[in-house]
Write a protein that binds this ligand. Sequence first.
Ligand code: ACO
Length: 400
Amino acid sequence: SVDIASFTKQTGLTTLDQGFVNTSSTRSAITYIDGDAGILRYRGYPIEDLARNSTYLEVAWLLIYGELPTASELAEFEEKIRRHTLLHEDLKRFFSALPHTAHPMSVLSSAVSALSTYYEDSLDPHNPEMVEMSTIRLLAKLPVIAAYAHKKALGQAFLYPDNSLNFVDNFLKLNFGNLAELYEVNPVLSTALERLLILHEDHEQNASTSTVRLVGSTEANMFASISAGINALYGPLHGGANEAVLSMLAKIRDSGETVQQFVDRVKRKEDGIRLMGFGHRVYKNFDPRARLVKESADEVLADLGVKDPLLDIAKELEQVALADDYFVERKLYPNVDFYTGVIYKAMGFPPRMFTVLFAIGRLPGWIAHWREANDDPATKIGRPQQLYVGPPERRWPEGR
Ligand code: ACO
């Protein structure tokens, strides 16, 4: 590696790297990816082992603190999170100021930003206890905010968290329970959702995580930084792809065109359409998360007895694309988002909640990165260079 600051000073040279294709913005010890070999590890542990054996909160601890927790550390962590699930009653009223048509991602980022107004006395990034408190509050409250965004769109009453349940079951109840009936968690959904959340927990310097680190580099508080990350995740080229995949599959079903005809239009780049859920900046062989998601899709739909024609279209699309030179030459494979929407839909979530589920998954990674940067004395405020290509100096037109 080169000390880029002194190199720039000595030579006067800068690099133009649009989209940061070859620029490392930081050192990080959290997640390792080998995009050519399809490897993803959190703190050294393969994603396959974590997805099959661990829980969302155990992996969150691993990402944030660097090691797997002991049984008592994990129990204490879970208990702390349980104690902080309630939202201030005033914050609950904040939801009523928003239209019921609001996209839940906008609701989520606004409410997370609003959290900092409730904890103004504990936002100092230099105080480790406050950093710890913000960590717990975010992990505890984001799922509740997410479920309220869902309920708000449905016009249904908000439920209080049920702290006798584990993290994932509590979240399912907040979304699908109601005041009139007992809610029984379906263990198939619970297991599948736990796995999906684990698969999303971190992915090193993607757009939203880089956003969280960039905002954090100004010493903005954790709530403000995570709210910015949620907004970065919203776009269809990032987390919004899971929602976009489902609408693409539904459009193919409703249009009457064949999968092959749709793929041909993608190849002709008609109206700039892309195969949503395909391609990745880093994975150029396969996305290891996509394999695990596909496994879950088959299991969940079979267990629920759901026969979804969209899953059949997705499978056919995958087959057609993987046999086509256009996709092979460009190394375009299904990414994590390709099958998640089909599962979330089978669980009963509306498409607009899909990216919200991604945000809950990604939260521990965002927190881990915010804290890693915050603890690192080498962190500087993020401030990219630019190459100016506008007009040279001009004179103000006389008489204007
Ligand atoms: N469908 C069709 N063609 C594609 C696709 C796609 N999904 N993705 C890339 N290409 C083509 C491009 O048109 C380009 O072709 P060209 O060389 O003929 O111009 C070539 O492949 C390279 O594309 P880039 O845009 O340069 O690739 P980049 O690495 O910048 O983009 C990205 C990665 C944004 C993920 C892209 O593949 C894409 O738009 N995918 C669809 C959206 C999506 O699924 N996003 C989720 C990503 S994963 C995540 O955030 C969790």
